[in-house]
Every structure is written in C-alpha cells, then in structure tokens.
Design a protein around this ligand. Structure first.
Ligand SMILES: Cc1cc2nc3c(=O)[nH]c(=O)nc-3n(C[C@H](O)[C@H](O)[C@H](O)COP(=O)(O)O)c2cc1C
Length: 235
C-alpha cells in the first residue's frame, strides 16, 4: 500500500489506529503528501505532533465508525468532541481537525470557534447519492433506530459506533474477549449480513453512524457541501 501511495501521491493521507513507522512517515512527507492522523486523547495527539504529522484529527466519542484509538486494550476516557477539541487545540501546535457528531454548518462553526482549523464529517455524507450505503443502511439512517447508536467491538474486535441492531445484540450477548481479532469477525459479520439480506432481513448490517445520525440528509455530496458552507455563513 505504501508503494502505491508513493506512486499515486494523493494530496492527503490520513492514518487511523495509531502511527506507522518513522521511515514510512518520512517517505510520504518526502513525496509531498499532507499527513493526518486521528487522536482520541491528548497523549495520542502529542505523539502525532512529535511524529511530524501535519495535522491531527480529534475524534470524539460521538463519532461514527471505528474509534481511532492507538491501543484498543488501553483504558478509554471516551472524550467527547467539545472537550477533546479544546484539549488538543491547547496541547499541540499543529492544525486540529474536529470530528464526531458534526452534521451541519452550525456544528462546523462551533468547532472553528473552539480553535479547530477544520471539521471532518463522516455520517453527514452516508446518505449522499455517491455513497455506497445500501437500502437497508439508508432506511435505518432515516428511521427511528438511528437515534440509538452503540460503541461495540463485536464487528471487528475494535471499538466502533453504529446503529444498534440484531448484530450488536448478538455482540452484547458474548463475553468480552471472545470476538476473534480483525479481520476474522469482520469478514464473518459481512457474510452473515449478506446471507440475511437474501432473506429480506437487514438487521445484521454494519451501519456505521455517529450520534448526530438523525440529522443526516440525502442529496449529492456537492450540494451538501454547498449547504454546509451556507449554514456556516449564517451560524
Ligand atoms: C461509514 C463510515 C466509515 C468510516 N471509515 C473511516 C475510515 O476508513 N478511516 C478513517 O480514518 N475514518 C473513518 N470513519 C470515521 C471518520 O473519519 C470520522 O472520524 C467520523 O465519521 C466523524 O464522526 P461523524 O461520523 O459523527 O461525522 C468512518 C466513518 C463512517 C461513518
């Protein structure tokens, strides 16, 4: 993958789940790639800054998808976006990108007021035309169930936030530590979802969303970005 990235030279590469070795960071920096990495607490943010990464994504506990903690076995303070953003803004000198539960221009404007240089939105784009989310995912996102998200390790062995459904209930019924590590459980979960979908049962999908999910909107990604800009301007 590193070789491919060095050939393609994308404008940005963003790391999740910790940092790669210094020589890999150096190679990407040398290729002119702007580097980001996710932090879920101040220690991780400081490690990111010390590794000469260009910017830090401060991912609050509200965020959809996988939690970018460096060590999933370490105690987790579950810092929310507002507190985490301030801690990181005050604790490092590199640019901070706030993430987690931000769904509209008012949310982005609030993060900028907290000192973030930018905001990163994931869930807000799940229902966009370009998204690969299937019909079950979209229906869950716009249904009552999107008000109930859970942080679970049942899918991949790593904590991740998603809509609660049959699969997460299955995960809750297991003892901690019995879920096989990535990617075994993840692949088995995808196979289970596909098999269930064929019978019309969509309750086993990995519907990753953050706590702001009920505010999701369906339109093209470009239209959503234009809307976000407008909302920021009037916030
Ligand atoms: C469907 C989905 C997939 C995601 N995939 C990734 C990923 O591959 N890599 C990554 O760094 N973050 C990923 N994230 C997390 C986002 O980068 C971001 O931290 C998060 O979406 C912010 O919270 P929000 O979903 O409440 O906006 C994903 C999030 C979602 C919702």
């Amino acid at each position: 993958m590193l070789r491919m990235l060095l050939e393609e030279r994308p404008a940005v590469v963003s790391f999740h789940f910790g940092l790669p070795a210094a020589d890999r960071i150096g190679a990407l920096r040398g290729a002119g790639v702007f580097l980001l990495a996710t932090a879920t607490n101040l220690s991780e943010a400081r490690a990111i800054a010390a590794a000469r990464i260009d910017g830090v994504v401060a991912q609050g506990f509200e965020a959809g998808g996988h939690r970018g903690c460096f060590d999933p076995a370490a105690p987790d303070d579950a810092l929310r976006t507002m507190a985490l953003t301030r801690l990181v803004v005050c604790g490092v000198t590199i640019p901070v990108i706030a993430a987690g539960g931000i769904m509209d221009g008012a949310g982005i404007a609030a993060c900028l007021r907290l000192g973030a240089g930018a905001a990163q939105l994931g869930t807000a784009f799940v229902a966009c035309d370009e998204s690969g989310a299937d019909a079950g995912y979209r229906s869950a996102l716009f249904g009552e169930e999107s008000r109930h998200t859970v942080m679970t390790t049942a899918i991949s062995g790593r904590p991740a936030r998603r809509i609660a459904n049959h699969f997460t209930a299955l995960g809750d019924s297991l003892d901690a530590g019995t879920v096989p590590s990535y990617p075994v459980a993840y692949d088995a979960g995808k196979a289970l979802h596909l098999a269930a979908k064929e019978t019309g049962e969509t309750g086993f999908g990995a519907y990753w969303v953050g706590q702001g999910a009920p505010l999701a909107r369906s339109m093209s990604a470009a239209a959503l970005v234009a809307e976000l800009r407008f909302e920021m301007a009037i916030a």
